[in-house]
Design a protein around this ligand. Sequence first.
Ligand code: UD1
Length: 359
Amino acid sequence: MKLLFMAGARPNFMKVAPLLWECRKHASVQTILVHSGQHYDRVMSDLFFEQLSIPAPHHNLGVGGGSHATQTAEVMLRLEPILVREEPDAVVVVGDVNSTMAAAITAAKLGHRVAHVEAGLRSFDRTMPEEINRVLTDSVSDWLFASEPSAVVNLRREGFAEHQIHLVGNVMIDTLLACRDRALQMHTLDHLGLTPRGYAVLTLHRPSNVDHPETLGRLMATVGQIARWLPVVFPLHPRTRQQLQHLPHVLAPGIRTLDPLGYLEFLALMSNARLVLTDSGGIQEETTVLGVPCLTLRENTERPITLEQGTNQLVGLDPARILDTAERVLAHANGPPRRPALWDGHAAERILNVLAQTL
Ligand code: UD1
């Protein structure tokens, strides 16, 4: 069985890692790893490969940044000859970034079978580029591997055949569970001078939150209020850093910006936080498993299980709602973590079993 994996951006790397670890256990599985190069800084890419023991990619497409059309087109152009040469039995794509969608469409048009890991998630918000990527990727995929029951419901509603849909759990949680002990031994808090539960973590990178100075300024003013109650640690995504260069005055004294962190350092930071504020998708799931309260700075989520069973609350961008919720969360100790069904560290194993049975 020859499987070609595509990974392109930071949130892809912790999703392909457990699939590659699982493949390594089976001598009959040959893997080809393609990196699109959508993310390319050492701290956004190479560091994740090192920490997660992901082998060097067989092919790096080096597409880099650019508009949506440019990124998508470059992945397609550069991947096509590789697919023709490698002739994989299946192409495995993860998540919802531009590289995911571009690879899925290119592979499907060449007649390759496509497996989408993290299929069926829907925010029902087509202004999110990721929502368009999710819908398009699923539409050309043969195997749809879902991480939570809502995704299965969405896929059924969209008319996919029952034999295509597999509820397998969450590969990102496979990685978290495999790495948690190692992360906690990293002394990240000591290096940053932080105490367990003595700080909040903020991450922001959605274009809708960071690309407009007014929106970003208002959000930072609200977070500045929270930073009066406890320090807020803010690792900066390159997109957000670029925007904040023009707005240095919006950072209140209690907000501490950092360069992007490695996977293990960020996992340690999140695990010990009193509160996380984020617009990321994956962090909503990770905080659920860690039992750390998460305030999601968006109006919707494609991961509703984190609201129903986890620690996530949607607070949108309204300052009063954010501050009220943060105040309420800080008034109570963090509760025990709850793990949704199948978020048990074995999702990659289930995926490989399904692929092996059908190929
Ligand atoms: C992309 C994904 C998003 C995901 C996010 C995680 C799409 C449409 N968006 O958004 O779903 O949540 O990754 O981080 O695929 N840059 C660097 N160094 C890097 C990577 C990016 O400087 O290593 C710069 C780019 O040149 C660009 C900006 O950051 O100016 C944004 O990068 P891009 O890949 O276009 O989108 P993200 O915002 O990272």
